[in-house]
Write a protein that binds this ligand. Structure first.
Ligand SMILES: [Fe+2]
Length: 190
């Protein structure tokens, strides 16, 4: 019995390093598995991500329509500078956002939101100095809201591709806000 016991002890001691080695290998295998899990979660699209991307697409359409209409409504240099920039930047932004939405199987809005359509109709019904002032004012308020929503997606969004898109948009939106403020400063309330 005693001989058997010590034999078992020797066998255990011999196998202990093997047991520890196996545990170490299991731990190494487990690390990439959990890392893969976290990258999987960043591919997930939350309802907030989806709403952000769709709002951004509607907003791009709003800016492009408003900017194109401005060319037929004003000769003011500051308003035209803003409008031209809005059309070119938001056309690129729209194209990028549509590609991203398709790749993530998110529905693409085909028009601005109903309230944005109303805003465009109201402003385009104005003429001369009233148009220059209120279109510039609309673009100031609109970009303040855009920057707020985009910043929220950057800080609280889930999907890494949509968050990256939001990060790319922020400097552009801030530039547009500066142009809109300059246009508003050049066109006081009549
Ligand atoms: Fe903009």
């Amino acid at each position: 019995m005693r001989a058997d016991g010590s034999e078992k002890e020797v066998t255990m001691k011999r196998f202990l390093p093997l047991v520890f080695a196996c545990l170490a290998v299991a731990a190494v295998i487990a690390i990439p598995a959990s890392a893969a899990g976290s990258s999987k979660s960043s591919k997930k699209v939350s309802s907030g991500d989806e709403q952000y991307l769709q709002t951004s697409i509607s907003g791009d359409r709003f800016e492009i329509i408003g900017g194109k209409w401005a060319k037929g409504h004003t000769k003011n240099a500051a308003v035209l500078r803003m409008a031209n920039r809005l059309v070119s930047d938001h056309s690129k932004s729209l194209s990028d956002a549509i590609k991203l939405a398709h790749s993530l199987k998110i529905d693409v809005p085909s028009s601005p939101t109903p309230s944005e359509i109303w805003e465009l109709k109201m402003v385009s019904a104005l003429k001369g100095k009233a148009y220059d002032h209120w279109y510039s004012s609309l673009e100031v308020y609109d970009h303040v809201q855009d920057i707020d929503e985009t910043g929220t997606e950057v800080s609280t969004g889930t999907n890494s591709q949509i968050k990256d898109d939001a990060k790319t948009e922020l400097p552009m939106l801030k530039k547009h806000l500066r142009l809109a403020r300059a246009a508003l400063a050049a066109n006081a309330k009549p």
